[in-house]
Design a protein around this ligand. Structure first.
Ligand code: SAH
Length: 242
């Protein structure tokens, strides 16, 4: 074998080792979340095993540590336990064929998880107001197990102010908001289907993760799940000023 071919073989082996390792570490992260009781269902474990978090964090960022990580533009990818909590809360509203909206989709991690759960007959829509994050999230998704859903159009990510929702594919069975709102934006309530559920952090300094269920008569029931700390749901200008 010539030296170049030898080198390529070696590089291939190293790559295989690292990618295999990443898959194991992602699985290890999921197992930890199961042991701590945050992941309670097989379906949520499965989707978090299938979508490798390592593909969604910037290079050099440890992907499997249970902590939020900086992704630029004064934004963060939420901690794995927050992603798991939101997936658990929304599980019943992420069944095959359903419509899901991810406001403040950032890295695209949760949008990809939603897409896997609602499947090719469903719709998973991400809305993010930093266009650079929209582009990088699409690149992340293209490397992930959700790539074919992006290609066939059942998963899409859009640039825009998520406080307005995304009327094109409304009403939604599930809405997730990944940034803290001062108050729940009315367009998001309007775009929730009767029987639908929204999970949204609400508050400024002290924030609550609220669960908003729309009843069949169109009224909403709201309860608080837990205290949280998210970046604000705000204008692009205010976010970039920090
Ligand atoms: N859930 C994502 C990102 C969480 S950070 C993840 O885990 O990767 C919150 C995201 O909300 C940031 O990417 C931020 O740019 C975005 N954001 C904040 N206000 C917004 C608004 N009004 N419209 C759309 N996106 C917004």
């Amino acid at each position: 074998m010539n030296p170049k071919a030898k080198l390529n073989l070696l590089l291939h082996k190293v790559q295989q080792y690292w990618s295999g390792n990443a898959v194991n570490q992602n699985k290890g992260m999921v197992e930890n979340l199961q042991r701590s009781g945050i992941i309670q269902s097989r379906k949520v474990a499965e989707v978090m095993e299938t979508i490798d978090r390592g593909l969604f964090v910037p290079n050099g960022t440890p992907p499997y540590v249970d902590s939020p990580m900086v992704i630029g533009y004064n934004a963060t990818i939420s901690a794995p336990h927050m992603h798991a909590t939101c997936l658990q809360l929304l599980e019943e509203n992420l069944q095959p064929g359903m419509h899901a909206l991810d406001v403040g989709s950032g890295t695209g991690y949760l949008t990809a998880c939603f897409a896997m759960m609602v499947g090719p007959q469903g719709r998973a829509v991400g809305v993010e107001h930093i266009p650079e994050l929209v582009s990088s999230s699409i690149e992340n998704i293209q490397k992930s197990a959700a790539a074919s859903l992006l290609k066939d159009g059942s998963l899409s990510v859009h640039s825009g102010d998520g406080r307005q929702g995304w009327p094109e594919f409304a009403p939604y069975d599930a809405i997730h908001v990944g940034a803290a709102a001062k108050e729940i934006p009315q367009p998001l309530i309007d775009q929730l289907k009767p029987g639908g559920r929204m999970v949204i952090p609400v508050g400024v300094l002290f924030q609550d993760l609220q669960v908003v269920d729309k009843n069949s008569d169109g009224s909403v029931s709201i309860r608080t799940e837990t205290s949280v700390r998210y970046v604000p749901l705000t204008s692009k200008e205010a976010q970039l000023q920090g």
